[in-house]
Ligand binder design. Sequence first.
Ligand SMILES: NC(=O)c1ccc[n+]([C@@H]2O[C@H](COP(=O)([O-])OP(=O)(O)OC[C@H]3O[C@@H](n4cnc5c(N)ncnc54)[C@H](O)[C@@H]3O)[C@@H](O)[C@H]2O)c1
Ligand SMILES: [Zn+2]
Length: 409
Amino acid sequence: MDVNSINIEDIVKQVLADMTGKAPAAAAAPASAPAAQGGIPKTARVAVLTDLKHFELKEYPIPPLGDDDILVKVEGCGVCGTDAHEFKVDPFGLIPVALGHEGTGEIVAMGKNVKTDTAGKPVKVGDKIVTCMIFKDDPEITMFDLNKKNVGGADVYGLLPDDDIHLNGWFADYIFVRGGSFGSTFFNVSDLDLDSRILIEPCAVLIHAVERAKTTGILKFNSRVAVQGCGPIGLICIAILRTMGIENIVAIDGNEQRLAFAKRMGADNSVNFANFQGIEALTEGVKDAFGGHLADFAFQCTGNPKAHANIYKFIRNGGGLCELGFFINGGDATINPHFDLCSKEINLVGSWVYTLRDYVTTFDFLKRAQAIGLPIKELITHKFPLEQINEALETNLSMKGLKIAIVNK
Ligand SMILES: NC(=O)c1ccc[n+]([C@@H]2O[C@H](COP(=O)([O-])OP(=O)(O)OC[C@H]3O[C@@H](n4cnc5c(N)ncnc54)[C@H](O)[C@@H]3O)[C@@H](O)[C@H]2O)c1
Ligand SMILES: [Zn+2]
C-alpha cells in the first residue's frame, strides 16, 4: 500500500469513536486493519491511557511517511516504574497518553533520506531498532561530557503529549519515528535478541550511574561495593559492576528471593536488612559481609528516603556514593551532615537517566553479561500481549516478579 495516502474513511471512523468517547475495551479491541500490499496495515492499534488505571486499545490511521520518518512494527516493550506511576497517578499530566518507552521493533518502512542511525550505522527495512531521547529544544543536550549537563528536558517516545500522529508510544502495534527537526534519536540493534533489546533502556540507566560513579576516582576493579536495593535497577547495577571485573559486591534488600538473584547476577554476599534491629546492627551486618570492612563505594537503588540516610553508615571514610534511586520525588531524607558526609569526606554523585553514549555502551554490556553467564534476561519475569496491557500494569503495581514486558504476537 501507499503509506503516503491518508485514508479519509479511517479518520472519520476515528473521529466518531473519539466523539462518543466509547472506544472498545482493551481486551475486546480488534487487531490492526488487515495488511495491504507490502504488509503494512492502514491502521495501527495504540494502547492509550485514557484515565487513571485504564488503557484502551485505540485504532489510528498510520500517517503518511515523510522523507525523514521511520515506521516501526513493535515487537515488545518493557513496563517501567514511570509507566506504573503514570498509570496510577499521572504525575506528568499526560492523559490521554500513548505510554511505553522501553520498546523495540522492526523497521517496515522509511523515508528516502534515512540512511544511518544516530551512531552512523547503516539502517535498512528489516533492521531492529530502539529509540533514545528526543532533543527537541536543545541539541546541546547530546553532549558527551558527563559533568557538563545531563539530559533533563529531553523527551522520549512513550511519554509525549498526544498529537495528531498518535503513534507515539511503544505499547502499540506500530510506532511512528519522526525525523528532521523533531529531534528523534535511534539505534540499529539488529545484533541483539528481543529480550536483550527490551532491557536496553533500564540498563542504560545503570551504565550512566556507573559512569557517574567513576568520575569520583574511587570505583576500581578491587573496590568493595555495596548495592542497596535489589529491584531491576539494583540487580542490573550488580551485573554491570561484575562485567567490569568487580567481584567484592554486597547486595542489601529485605527480600530473600531478590537477594538470591543478586548473587546470581554477580554479588559476592548479601545482607537482609530485616534481620537487623537498628542502623548500628545493620552497619555491622554490612561490615561482616565485607569481611570486617566498610564499603569503598555504594550505589543507592531504592526509592526509600530512609535507605538514603542509612547508606552513609556503610561507607568508609573517603569513600564514594552514587544516589540514583529517586527518579521521582520520594520525600526528604534526614542525614547528619557532620557525621555522614563532612567528616567522612564522602564523594557523592547523583545520577539521572542517561546520554546517547550510555546507550551504545549498553549494547556491549548486554553481550558481555550474557557471555560471562549472568542471567540478565531472567529479569523479564512476565510477558503479556498488548491486549492485556491493563493486567501487565497491575502486575507491575503488585510487585510480582521483576521486569514485566508487553510482547506482541
Ligand atoms: N536515576 C534514574 O534515572 C532512575 C531510573 C529508573 C529508576 N530509578 C529509581 O530506582 C529505584 C529502584 O527501581 P526498581 O525498579 O529497582 O524498584 P523496585 O521497587 O523494584 O526495587 C526497590 C528495592 O529496594 C528494596 N528496598 C526498599 N527499602 C529498602 C531499604 N531500606 N534497604 C534496602 N533495600 C530496600 C525493595 O525491597 C526493592 O527490592 C526507584 O525508586 C526508581 O525511581 C532511577
Ligand atoms: Zn524506563
